[in-house]
Design a protein around this ligand. Structure first.
Ligand SMILES: Cc1cc2nc3c(=O)[nH]c(=O)nc-3n(C[C@H](O)[C@H](O)[C@H](O)COP(=O)(O)O)c2cc1C
Length: 207
């Protein structure tokens, strides 16, 4: 089965089988796919929370317009972008890069200065939007790896970010809940799995 078949198999799951859990082995694979996501300049300006705790998920469901996926899924993955991007984020990237590539960090000085000037000259709003955009690339990889592993997922924007930030103490860490995904296994009762894919035809989608 290739990627196209996996993409045809997946759908935004509305009702999960609450009795089935994603294995820790599969969770590691999902984490690896997220880790390998492309990001602007490679900075990965986000953190990812994977939540299983039922009590916490009950609270999050209230902040998600009561969507049942939050509590019925196996886990909820929360992509949080950094709201304050600082020089430290860029320095961290170059520290890792110099270690991985076994190169003296001074070699990257001009490139590092260039990135800092580019990012730090943007307005807070632009920077937030930009770091939030990066989380959607990681979300895309999560959807793809889940489809390959035959794990169901529902990408979700239907939640109140401010409430999530409070519940999960994200603001204190300079983070904001950007987008989330519920992952687990579809319930037989989920009618959405039987629906045909609704997509624009090529003529409409491509110029
Ligand atoms: C960023 C994003 C946010 C979404 N938010 C929700 C949501 O809050 N609740 C929900 O049930 N589905 C949500 N969806 C699922 C979409 O409605 C669904 O992906 C779309 O209708 C296409 O259908 P398919 O994914 O089943 O092929 C979201 C999808 C994306 C990509």
């Amino acid at each position: 089965m290739g990627l196209i078949d996996h993409l045809k198999w997946r759908y935004a799951t509305k009702k999960f089988d609450a009795a089935r859990k994603v294995s820790s082995e599969d969770l590691e694979k999902i984490k690896t796919a997220i880790q390998l996501s492309a990001s602007s300049y490679g900075l990965q300006l986000y953190k990812v929370l994977i939540i299983e705790d039922n009590k916490l998920r009950e609270q999050l469901k209230l902040a998600s317009y009561g969507q049942s996926q939050i509590t019925e899924a196996s886990h909820v993955v929360i992509f949080c972008n950094y709201t304050t991007v600082t020089e430290k984020h860029i320095d961290t990237y170059f520290t890792i890069k110099s270690e991985v590539e076994q190169t003296d960090i001074s070699v990257f000085q001009r490139y590092s200065d260039f990135i800092k000037a580019d990012i730090l000259n943007r307005s807070d709003l632009e920077r937030n939007k930009w770091s939030s955009n990066q989380t959607y690339i990681a979300l895309g990889n999560l959807l793809n790896i889940c489809a390959e592993l035959k794990i169901d997922a529902c990408p979700m924007e239907g939640f109140e970010a401010k409430k999530y930030n409070n519940i999960l103490n994200l603001k204190e860490q300079g983070l904001n809940a950007s987008v989330i995904a519920a992952i687990g296994y579809r319930s037989k009762e989920d009618k959405s799995q039987y629906h045909k894919k609704v997509r624009k035809p090529f003529e409409e989608l491509f110029l």
